[in-house]
Design a protein around this ligand. Structure first.
Ligand code: FAD
Length: 463
């Protein structure tokens, strides 16, 4: 008795899942596995908020698989060992997965493919989580793009658009005897003592259904004001798809074609087309971030612009850092953002830029310290987008904001939260600072801005 093994990773969905479709089409019984690998060299351990998401996402996926007649096998440990062991246990003769783009993950997949080949097994990998494979997007001179606009232009002007989403398999046949599975609860992915994620379910419906509901909600009104509204944190104008995309509960192909269909259904009106193009361009930033990660695998730890290697960050003052992490800097827009993050596992993009700029520029703390905090606390913590965005704000990244751009959090709040709705939403005591003991600013904004400009000026002298 043989079977096919599908190894799911960042693609926790049954719709538009080419690896799953190919395994089912092969006609043998199918074993679907997810491996929690926190031990293989180079694999970055998940942050707390993403673990919370993963727990619920696996629960939702298991339910989806059950409805199709399948089962989800859970294993914990070094993925290559577990795959080898599952091949022995199940007698699998073919392996299927969708591609990943981090270097340690790619190396691991390549070594497993080698092993499969040497053992006479089939191994098939598929494009599922990026619209454009990073190695296929090149400048005229054959180098990877380092500037977003020409990158995205070259992607969207290709003669053939991204492929259509693959259909969900009608049913999945499991082998008569399934291999053992861990019990999800034994992985302890959910926080306890304290359970800091108590309010997360108010904002999020995790899983494939939740992802599609978020997309529907986006089309049901948010998209109409996306291009302008996406900068106003009090408005719910963005899709909030990022954590769903992080775990592949929805694919960029599904989003691309649904957006295209929406545009056509609205007669390609100029307004809808502008909003739709802006939305797809943001998906483009996700693609660009992965393009960077693929070509510069150390994106989360090494300055893209080597001049920044000479910048003397120094050790952060623990009290100052804690004030930033806990939203007690005395700078309302920064604090509101950091509290949104803590309460919901998410922060609006505009406020992410403000909070990150404040840490890097006004507090002169290394962007990697902020990146690590976001990695631990964001439900959408993403190896490519988080690293690329932090480097973007620092000025050390590809196509980054210039280092002399220092967001002024007060002016930003006036401009993007004119009615102070966002501030009031996350900063209850803001209305009554004298009564509640809202902290005084931990730095003077003007002084710290000038200090940053002086410090960053030294970069101009680095060859
Ligand atoms: P929408 O505006 O609806 O955009 C649709 C999708 O496009 C998003 O879901 C996301 O996948 C992608 N996208 C949008 N903006 C960006 C961007 N600037 N860079 C890359 N992709 C983008 N995004 C993450 O997904 N994970 C992260 O870990 C992450 N860390 C960030 C850290 C900092 C310091 C900053 C400034 C930004 C970060 N972003 C990150 C990008 C952005 O803030 C989020 O993708 C966005 O806020 C998600 O909300 P949304 O789904 O409603 O976005």
């Amino acid at each position: 008795m043989t079977c096919s093994l599908v190894w799911l990773r960042d693609d926790l969905r049954v719709a538009d899942n080419p690896a799953l479709v190919a395994a089912v089409d092969r006609g043998e019984p199918v074993v679907v596995v997810f491996i929690l690998d926190e031990v293989s060299p180079g694999i970055r351990p998940l942050g707390g908020a993403t673990k919370w998401w993963l727990h619920h996402s696996l629960t939702a996926l298991r339910d989806k698989l059950h409805r199709l007649g399948g089962e989800l096998i859970l294993r914990q440990g070094a993925a290559p060992d577990i795959i080898r062991s599952l091949i022995r246990e199940t007698g699998a003769t073919a392996l299927y997965w969708n591609r990943r783009y981090g270097k340690p993950e790619r190396d691991m997949d390549a070594s497993i493919k080698e092993y499969a080949k040497a053992s006479g097994l089939e191994a098939h990998s598929f494009q599922a989580n990026l619209l454009f494979e990073p190695w296929t997007v090149r400048t005229g001179s054959g180098t990877p793009y380092t500037v977003f606009t020409p990158f995205w232009k070259s992607c969207i002007n290709r003669p053939t658009p991204p492929r259509l989403p693959a259909p969900t398999p009608e049913s999945i046949t499991s082998p008569a005897t399934l291999p053992d599975s861990d019990v999800l609860e034994s992985w302890n992915l959910l926080p306890t003592n304290p359970n800091w994620a108590l309010a997360f379910p108010v904002r999020w419906t995790v899983g494939e259904n939740g992802a599609h509901a978020a997309l529907e909600r986006f089309f049901a009104g948010r998209i109409d004001r996306y291009a302008k509204g996406r900068d106003f944190p009090a408005e719910y104008s963005t899709s909030e798809l990022s954590p769903h995309l992080r775990w592949g509960e929805i694919s960029p192909f599904q989003i691309w074609h649904a957006t295209d269909e929406f545009r056509r259904d609205h007669g390609n009106s100029a307004e809808i087309s502008t909003n739709a193009a802006k939305f797809l361009a943001e998906l483009g930033w996700r693609e660009f971030s992965y393009h960077l990660l693929y070509h510069w695998p150390d994106l989360a730890t090494v300055n893209f612009d080597a001049r920044f290697n000479h910048f003397p960050w120094g050790e952060p003052d623990p009290e100052i850092l804690e004030a930033w992490q806990q939203g007690r800097t005395g700078i309302p827009m920064v604090d509101a953002g950091m509290r949104e993050l803590w309460q919901t596992g998410y922060m609006h993009n505009r406020v992410r830029m403000i909070a990150a700029s404040f840490l890097i520029k006004n507090l002169l703390i290394d962007w990697r310290v902020g990146e690590a905090w976001f990695w631990d606390t964001l439900v959408d913590a993403d190896p490519a987008s988080n690293a690329a965005s932090w480097q973007w704000v620092a000025g050390s990244g590809a196509d980054a904001a210039p280092y002399f751009r220092v967001f002024n959090p007060v002016l930003q709040a006036d401009k993007f939260d004119p009615k102070k709705e966002y501030l009031h939403r996350y900063l209850g005591e803001y209305e009554h600072p004298m009564l509640s003991g809202y902290p005084e600013p931990i730095v003077d904004l003007l002084e710290s801005r000038n200090r940053a400009l002086e410090a960053f000026k030294t970069l101009a002298d680095v060859p």
